[in-house]
Structures are given as structure tokens and as C-alpha cells.
Design a protein around this ligand. Structure first.
Ligand code: IPE
Ligand code: IPE
Ligand code: MG
Length: 238
């Protein structure tokens, strides 16, 4: 018999590529932004559920470095929603989450940057689930940033190139100190990473599901966790 979902979920690190908002809206004859609005509600519900399950960390891909290519009004609507959820994010304090934003925030609206910094500071000592929100995030820019930081240390004579280790690289990612994702979930049926957690995903299991993100339910997360638990992870061994 299968263990209760809570036992299986406990301590997991999960990455979620929230995808399919646009298609969800299109199928209903609604503007794409309606899909983002519903998707943001699902984000909040799944976060609460992950808390309840005792998940160790969950990373939501909210906006990629490539998403700026979308029409200006869509980008504007996504950023507006993000701002609204940043204000609401203070609820996560009650839920004891440690909130971390992944990505280059320097180009975001100053008022958003200020809120992001405040939320991170205010929740830093929380002992519950780590909630990573990836905004203006790309895996390659993250690796370039780490390389630049280590190169700077070499330039300052504080580090020898041959002493650079994988652990050091990990410590210069936005996710420093965190466990790599056990599995990365992508709803909407797409089978690609789209620049998500490239460094951290080295041995993550990929779980793709046909459901569109705005339709994603707690039962879908259960199903994803079960699928992950049935995978045989070998890490290069036998
Ligand atoms: C994901 O849904 C949300 C973001 C990328 C911000 P999409 O907007 O990519 O939805 P589809 O893939 O067009 O259906
Ligand atoms: C990935 O989804 C980015 C986010 C979910 C934030 P996209 O919809 O942007 O990815 P592609 O364009 O299909 O690869
Ligand atoms: Mg998409």
C-alpha cells in the first residue's frame, strides 16, 4: 500500500514551471491576462498545500528573462499581478515561510524591489518551508552571475581558479544553501526547461503533466509527487 502523501512529500524540494495560462484563457475566449490572474490564485493555493504537506522548498517560475518578449500589455499585467501578490505575500509570514526571490530584480519597478527586499528580510528567520519565487529569472544568467562573482574574487587575489568547486558555484546561485530540486514539474504538456534552474536541475526528475496551470489542483500535485516517488534515481550508479 502507498504511504500517505504527507509522508512522501515531507522534506521534498520541488520546482514548478507554471505554464499554460495563455492557452487556458484562449480556450475560454478570454484575454491571456485572465489566465495569469487565475494562475496566480492557483500559485497561492498550491503554496499553502505545500506548507501543509511539509515540503522543504518549492520554487515557482513566475517570469523568465525571455518573457519580456511578450506584448507590453501582457508584461504590464503580469507585473501588476506580481505587485498585488507581493503585498499579499506578508500572509506568508503567518505561514512561517522563508521567502526568497530568484532572478535579477534590478530592472523591476523600484516599489516592487523595495517590497521584495522587505519580504525577504522579514521572513529570513522563519523556520517553515522555503518559498522561492523566480522573477526575471533565467538559469544561464544565474550561472553567468556566479562566474562573475567568482572571477571577481580571483581578481582580488582571494581565490585561486583551481580551487573553484561545484559547492562554491552552488553557493553563488540565488538558491545558495538550499537543496537542489528533487523534481521539476511542468504542467501544460511542454517538455522543456525554458531556462529554469539549469545548474540545480542536474539530477532532478522531470514530471510533465497535461493539465494547464490555471486548472492545476492539489490532487494534481499529489499525482506528481506519487509519480516522482515511483522513479528510480541512480545518480550515475547502478
Ligand atoms: C505561463 O503561462 C505564465 C508565464 C510565462 C508568465 P503562459 O503565458 O506561458 O501560457 P501559454 O504557454 O501561452 O499557454
Ligand atoms: C516558462 O514558460 C516561463 C515561466 C513559466 C515563467 P514559457 O511559456 O515562457 O516558456 P516557453 O516560451 O514555452 O519555452
Ligand atoms: Mg507558456
Amino acid at each position: 500500500m502507498e504511504q500517505p502523501i504527507q509522508e512522501l512529500a515531507k522534506g521534498l524540494s520541488i520546482g514548478i514551471i507554471m505554464d499554460g495560462n495563455g492557452r487556458w484563457a484562449k480556450r475560454r475566449g478570454m484575454p491571456r491576462t485572465a489566465g495569469h490572474k487565475k494562475g496566480a490564485e492557483v500559485f497561492q493555493d498550491i503554496t499553502r498545500y505545500c506548507n501543509q504537506l511539509g515540503v522543504e522548498s518549492v520554487t515557482f517560475y513566475a517570469f523568465s528573462t525571455e518573457n519580456w518578449r511578450r506584448p507590453q500589455d501582457e508584461v504590464g499585467a503580469i507585473m501588476k499581478l506580481f505587485g498585488e501578490y507581493l503585498v499579499k505575500a506578508f500572509d506568508y509570514q503567518k505561514e512561517n515561510n522563508r521567502v526568497v526571490f530568484l532572478g535579477d530584480r534590478s530592472v523591476l519597478e523600484p516599489k516592487h524591489q523595495k517590497l521584495m527586499n522587505e519580504i525577504e528580510e522579514k521572513t529570513a528567520a522563519n523556520t517553515g518551508m522555503t518559498l522561492n519565487i523566480a522573477v526575471n529569472y533565467g538559469g544561464r544568467p544565474e550561472i553567468v552571475r556566479a562566474a562573475r562573482q567568482l572571477a571577481q574574487l580571483v581578481k582580488e587575489g582571494k581565490l585561486e581558479p583551481q580551487d573553484i568547486t561545484e559547492e562554491m558555484m552552488s553557493d553563488h546561485m540565488y538558491t545558495r544553501g538550499q537543496k537542489d530540486p528533487d523534481f521539476i514539474l511542468r504542467p501544460s504538456g511542454e517538455k522543456r526547461l525554458s531556462n529554469f534552474m539549469l545548474w540545480q536541475a542536474a539530477y532532478s526528475e522531470l514530471v510533465e503533466m497535461d493539465v494547464l496551470w490555471p486548472d492545476f489542483t492539489r490532487a494534481d500535485l499529489d499525482a506528481a509527487i506519487l509519480e516522482f516517488c515511483h522513479r528510480s534515481r541512480r545518480f550515475g550508479g547502478v
